[in-house]
Ligand binder design. Sequence first.
Ligand SMILES: [Zn+2]
Length: 341
Amino acid sequence: MDFMIRTWISLVALSFAAPLSAQEGPDDGVNADMILALKGLQLLDHRLNAIGYRLVDANAPYCDEKAARTGLLLNDVAQYVDQETARFALGFDGSIGITAVAPDSPAELAKLSPGDTLLAINTMPVGEIATDDPELSNQQPVYRRVAAINQLLEQALAEDKVELTISQGGISRTVAIGSVMTCPSQFQIRVSADRSASADGKLVSVTSRLAEYFLSDDEFAAVVAHELAHNLLKHRDRLDAEGVNRGFFGQFGNSAEKIKDSEIEADRLSVWLMANAGYDPQAAIGFWTRYGKEHGKGILSASTHYRWKKRVQLFEEEIAEMEAIRPVDGKYAPPLLAKTD
Ligand SMILES: [Zn+2]
């Protein structure tokens, strides 16, 4: 909700992301441009997974709702038009594999690595995990399998350690993996030519085009923290409960005011989340200044999003307020997440 919510461009777009020359060339079964594009995408996945993990882990003490997390990022090759090339580029033996492992996570401790194929969770083959749970219905069909696996994994981990059956280069093994309790939210790179990011209450999405635009992990973290803040503050549920129109008509009147208020809250909370995870909150100022100068007001709806100069001023005030309090164990308790009971 940083930017106008846009229609989803599915990962099918990837097959068109390759230069025309590659698509028109002789079909030798190997699409070098596609492999490069997939590896580039995997790098963005890795960065987002690492940043998201750090943010939800470091801020866990301030989240009343928690989720069991391993630090693994899973990918389904069914998302790609050319599955054979995708499998080759990602190094998978099968259809579901690991694309990223967050640093200092239980997954790293368990020595899991990108390219490993996931075959089963506690002897349940991944192909047999049901994907018809109504809770998954808001997911795009191509993402439902991974969402179902994540859901099962989270439930199993909340009770105990889990055994994963992994295959690498055709050799399978079982690996015991633990978890840490963190703030909720999943993170996902969405292939799109638009620069945008969004939060649907559970999932933080950043487009590939925006992810490529960040100059540092601190800048990347500024946008992820803003979207995560929307989820932690349950903005989507709150706006829906208040009957706020998040669509085109939301740009006017009362809806616009409420959406703007939620944007201000997300900005305020974001700098606390960043600082607690060891990211430089000043990067929010640097990023939004650079972004604002380059994009002007073009992509932002004027009434629901306040202008970047005002945003920068708000970040400055919020950072000053945060730095005025005494950190405990190097962390600042965010007032917006303060327990009300
Ligand atoms: Zn927002």
